[in-house]
Design a protein around this ligand. Sequence first.
Ligand code: PMP
Ligand code: GLN
Length: 384
Amino acid sequence: ANAMLSGLPTTIFSVMSALAVEHDAINLGQGFPDTEGPADLVEAAAGALRDGRNQYPPLAGLPELQGAVARSNARFYGITVEPAREVVVTCGATEAITASLMALVNRGDEVVVFEPLYDTYLPVLRLLGAVVRTVRLAPPRWDLPRAELAAAFTPRTKAILLNTPMNPTGKVFTRDELEFIAGLVAKHDAYAVCDEVYEHLTFAPARHLPLMALPGMRERCIRIGSAGKSFSMTGWKVGYVTAPAPLAALVAKAHQLLTFTVAPNLQRAVAVGLDKDTAYFERLAESMRSARDGLAKGLLRAGFDVLPCDGSYFLIADITPLGFAGGDVAFCQQMTRRVGVAAIPVSAFYDDTGADIPGRYVRFAFCKKAGVISQAVQRLQGVR
Ligand code: PMP
Ligand code: GLN
């Protein structure tokens, strides 16, 4: 058996979702919306099935979706993209991340990552034989530790893997921070894999800026988006990669090995989604902001400390004021069983071979209906 995979635990998202079901808890763990996505996308997907869009689409994606990805890059970020050569459609951002790393990394290459990190990053990097250079961000503000980051770049650095807006911290990297990262990437002749699945979920005054939009970065970035997040359809698993043509060609090769193509009816529907008017994306962010505020208030009332959150589906709470001694994993298990609200222990987003992993933070998903948030908040008043 592959040693990496046989040692890999079941993802915390499935573990906590199963526990939530077992205890009939409100699931603020795994990040998925409890509303249906836009009806016109559902219609477009259903219509495409009936129109006989059911055989293998082109490897890199349906031209209509490649075009929509290019238009979206231009509209929101002023990035000019050649659809046929610079866009690859994947089975979710999950595949896009793996394919992008496969495209760049040779065994022994160094890759810089920020911790806390999304749960697929480290196992995939290790499977590829990358040497991982971890830079830890410190709560509660998760500011960029510039000197440490600069020291993590070496002559062997191939890439940095950057997630903004960031899961689980809710951090949105500022222009200033991105400029600093861009400087390091350029100086070390490296690349950046940019996981931007929450690009449309930021809360004013924070605003998403792709690293790719900065001077000198257009040819060095692989930018990843997800229909799951932008259209509240996490089960659809449609992701899209924007990259300079030579890198996109390599991502397409990896995609050829991993899945080869993506359901054509969903691709057609996502093309409709990406062409929606800007007001749609603003409403989506606004509804998330209002859910964040409702949850934050309720958590404060229940006795948690709440960390700042500028984007994503997630809010981190500090359990210290509650006086619980057992750590974040035990806290989440007990809260699910006794209070009926499930959340994710933030320690799950750290390299488990590392030292001094914080054990006092819990991640709550707020991508839920207002009624669900208020019911969860009510239950949480009994957490002390
Ligand atoms: N990256 C991050 C940071 C995420 O939170 C998620 C969430 N699911 C993904 C990637 C995967 O996205 P997808 O569902 O499109 O594969
Ligand atoms: N990205 C989602 C989260 O962070 C979960 C995705 C998954 O279950 N793998 O909650």
